[in-house]
Write a protein that binds this ligand. Structure first.
Ligand code: NAD
Ligand code: WQD
Length: 336
């Protein structure tokens, strides 16, 4: 298939492109590089030994989208492009609605114009709000989402569902990611946050390289195995293969799948796994709970296992080793 990958220069996009090309697909990438760099795609080209058609452009620019669809026969779209900082979305909600919802509306319009019926969308476990664990797709989403970021994901899901209902030949899939960590085993591509990382794994790896002094663990008084927050960490390469599976098993209608490991891991457990698998000691201190954090969530992954024939193959220890290889070999990310 010839696949348009929006946001393909980003963390999950780059890893997914490697999986797509390794499995015989071709890709075209559009990314405005607002949260990524050209170098990430150059490295994907190096890993896959291919040249990737790339458009440095914004999805909100309809004319540019038209040019891309005109030039390339697109069979399917994987839609990663969007803003993803939860805190920032609370400070500037309108920007998040413009970037995330607005871009998706443009994309749907051009897909309709060029008769492209297959789409895989990057959704998030955040659409469940606070649901009973494990999170299962049949649980009603959208009820108590706390951030505008999360609401954009839920709104996009609703739009996709409505559009799919209007045309029986449409095949739309939302993948609800849990907590992606890890990096490609080559150490050439990985997560490259700008500024101080919000997420746990990049913070840990930057403490390990001594770019940051110590990790602050946000709360140790939750009702969890050891009092720290529990999440479902999934290796980004497993997440990437989930996209391949979603395309391979794409079917008419609108479908939603959780992509997680199915296991909960606490902050302290992840920290220990990192120390054991990399030999790096991570100093930490206990800090107050972070506002908006849930105590515990992890995925029920039976639906993706059975309908997409997809399983994770990597452990949290594999992800720790791969994140560390990426960070230690590229302490400044993609900056040379
Ligand atoms: P990322 O920021 O690394 O990648 C997103 C890419 O989209 C970036 O390269 C950015 O430059 C590009 N982009 C943003 N707005 C654009 C626009 N208007 N036009 C063109 N390009 C644009 O993020 P990621 O971690 O790779 O996440 C990919 C997707 O998965 C996002 O939609 C994110 O919300 C979703 N997601 C991520 C996580 C996570 O923890 N990383 C979890 C759940 C869902
Ligand atoms: C994981 C655990 C923290 C940093 C966020 C978004 C979510 C999704 C993924 C896009 C929690 C603890 C963290 C630190 C810590 N993104 N922690 N010290 O909050 O589960 O999810 O990223 O869709 O929408 O909200 O991920 O990595 O920030 O936190 O103790 O410095 O680590 O409290 O328990 P989170 P995270």
């Amino acid at each position: 298939m010839n696949i348009l990958v929006t946001g393909g220069a980003g963390y999950i996009g780059t890893h997914t492109i490697v999986a797509l090309i390794s499995n015989g697909h071709s890709v075209v990438v559009i990314d405005n590089l607002i949260n990524s760099s050209r170098e990430s795609l150059r490295r994907v080209e190096e890993i896959t030994d291919t040249t990737i058609p790339f458009y440095e452009a914004d999805l909100r620019d309809y004319d540019t989208l038209g040019g891309i669809f005109n030039e390339h026969p697109i069979d399917a779209v994987i839609h990663f492009a969007g803003l993803k900082a939860v805190g920032e979305s609370t400070e500037n909600p309108a920007r998040y609605y413009r970037f995330n919802v607005g871009s998706t509306l443009n994309l749907l319009k051009i897909m309709n114009e060029y008769n492209v019926k297959k789409l895989v969308f990057s959704s998030s476990a955040t659409v469940y709000g606070s649901a009973p664990v494990p999170y299962v797709e049949s649980h009603p989403a959208g009820r108590d989402i706390t951030s505008p970021y999360g609401k954009t994901k839920y709104m996009i899901e609703e739009i996709l569902s409505d559009v799919a209902m209007s045309d029986s030949s449409i095949e739309f899939t939302s993948l609800r990611y849990f907590n992606p960590i890890g990096a490609h085993e080559s150490g050439r591509i990985g997560e490259n946050p700008t500024g101080t990382p919000n997420n746990l794994m990049p913070y840990i790896t930057q403490v390990a390289t001594k770019q940051r002094e110590s990790l602050r663990i946000w709360g140790d008084d939750y009702d969890t195995v050891d009092g720290t927050g529990v999440r479902d960490y999934i290796h980004v390469s497993d997440l990437a293969s989930g996209h391949l599976a979603a395309l391979t098993h794409s079917k008419p209608g609108y479908h939603v799948y959780n992509l997680g490991s199915g296991k909960g891991t606490s902050v302290l457990e992840l920290l220990r796994a990192f120390e054991v698998s990399t030999g790096q000691k991570i100093p930490y201190e206990i800090a107050p709970r972070r506002p908006g954090d849930l105590p515990e969530f992890y995925a029920d992954v039976h639906l993706a296992n059975s309908e997409l024939n997809w399983q994770t193959t990597k452990t949290v220890e594999d992800a720790c080793r791969d994140s560390w290889r990426w960070q230690s070999e590229n302490p400044n990310g993609y900056e040379q």
